[in-house]
Design a protein around this ligand. Sequence first.
Ligand code: HEM
Length: 505
Amino acid sequence: MPGLVEAALLLASIFVLRVFWLRKSRAALPPGPKGWPIIGNALNIPKEHAWNAFAKWGKEYGSDIVATRIFSQPTIILNTTDIATSLLDKRSAIYSDRPTLVMGGELAGWGTGCPLTSYQSPRFKELRRMFHGVIGTRGGVAKFYEVTERQMRKLLKRLLDDPDKVVEHLRWTIGSIVLEMTYGYKIQESNDSLVELVDTAVEQFSQATAPGAFAVDIIPALRYVPEWFPGAGWKKLATYWAQCHENMVNKPYEYAKARVTAGTAPPSFVSNLLEERELSPDREFIVKSAAADMHAAGTDTTVSTIHTFILAMNLNPAAQSLAQSELDALLGGERLPNLTDRTNLPYVDALVKEVFRWGPVGPLGLPHRVMEDDVYEGYHIPKGSVVIPNIWQMLHDPSVYSNPSTFDPSRFTKAKPERDPRDSCFGFGRRICPGMHLADQEVYLACANILTLFNITKAKDENGKEIVPSGEFTGGVVNYPKPFKCDIKPRSAKAEAMVRGFETV
Ligand code: HEM
């Protein structure tokens, strides 16, 4: 059993290293909970809503920066936007790496994408450059406005025809925008094979990268265990996931490439890059990976955020009617809001910010890894530490946001507005979300369009009693609203007629 012997040796050396590490740096580490031998605080971190435990530690130890240890891994939690900005942004030269994830990154194949690529890899800069060139600015994103506007109208039509399938409609809409932008691919009205491919792979990504889900992430030597070994079912799963990931990367790319070769490709992220020049195999691989990131990272996050908006409207009718009054005053019920209207819709703009703040889809962002020993406010941050920005806490900090659990867009329209949540909900420094302008545009258009023509109210049960959603979220690394019922109906006969008029679009 060579795998087990190696694992035991590795465990022992982790223990020795840990003791050494603790001795060397105990005095200067940020405060935090004392862990158990070997496992550290691994068992103290709840699988759901871990951000609450992290915030509680901050209070308990009187510090917004907290040190903990998960097995042998020193892990630093940042509980305020200011500290995250000081470290991840201002010192981004050393805080921009990612931890290595053996299961998700290496075995299941996701390591080729930007979110898990090491900062030190030359591919990282190439990937970021490609994103920046296409969606890195508001102007770049505005080039895809036509696709977004067209698909948003279809969303309104879908909501009118079948209001109970909100999440399905949102998935279809965002999937269609991203796949058309990225590959020039127009998805089927239902059961589209590419969308299914992406959805399956993204679900596998969440499972593969869930913290503590696979022992191989704690004992990397387990990767050498053969698939036939008893108890090594996870290894077969990794091989299957890697295959699904490869299909997700290759199939839509091959579709776009064939159309570029045939001279029939509409402009898209991939066609732009393919027409640019003859690609080396290395560069082609990077183009493929960047394209896959666009749909893998850009779909679930945006869908969940718009679903959070629907939940917030259901629970907060007053905010909904204030936004609708503003829209009516500007548009007179004659047309839909567009991008340029945003500056004349301060309350709607504030409502979008409040959606990002109230129920962030990435409450812990993605972990960074520090590449050098560092000192912050007298605390030692050891090289190799994983750094987790507690975005949820930053956005629910009562010293920054009054009544943080209340959904209240007016916090951003006051004479002295509260902090823009986009300072933290898209992450930090050189790793900041490259899709932030696109996501912001999509979420604004979805909120403004839906509110112009629809009322979102509480559904009723069989006795006519209103069903009040719990307002809860799933609590995972990717945080979705828990399923809830609601009523989505056109605001008037005129609004319904307007949506019907979109049928031919
Ligand atoms: C509401 C929507 C979205 C939210 C809240 C969100 C949030 C985030 C966050 C918190 C990170 C981690 C940043 C860090 O490590 O500091 C991230 C990374 C990333 N996001 Fe987004 N995102 C959204 C939509 C999108 C979209 C639409 C795309 C693509 C078109 C996208 C592509 C990516 C990629 C590729 C990364 C990895 C960047 C890197 O590792 O350098 N995201 N996002």
